[in-house]
Ligand binder design. Sequence first.
Ligand code: FEO
Length: 166
Amino acid sequence: MNKAVEQALNNQIKNEFFSAYLYLSMSAHCDRINLPGFAGWLRQQYEEERAHALRLFDFLADRGGEIALQQLDTPQAEFSSPVQLFEEVLGHERKVTGMINDLYALAVKENDYPTQVEMQWFITEQVEEEKTAGDIVAQLKLAGDNSTALLLLDRELGSRAGGTTE
Ligand code: FEO
């Protein structure tokens, strides 16, 4: 297959695994500060990112591409507040959207139609990812310094994350 697209897909496999790693680190942080609902929600995000990485992995393998796994950076482990943490989630998802858009543009440039179709799934997914993270940031800002509101939000996110603890 086209070497430039193959390399870009390998890079994106790494980026998705890094997203998983980052959200797992954030989950550990929320667990440490006694917000188990946020921790559960982030752990569910970790699972989703792993699924994204494996989806690209399988796509590349099915097309006869060469898989070249790359080293992951150490994810951030400390955050100053829940709102700061979720602003990082939103910023990270926006960055990932840019990466997916670049990959789509490369697939267009290289006339790689299967990769264009595959990237359409990710483009749709990114709309949802950014919206979800943005909604949580907005709700955390509304909660402000009100710890009762924060605990209610923690419970609500925890119930949405239900059933993801393995
Ligand atoms: Fe795989 Fe959250 O984008």
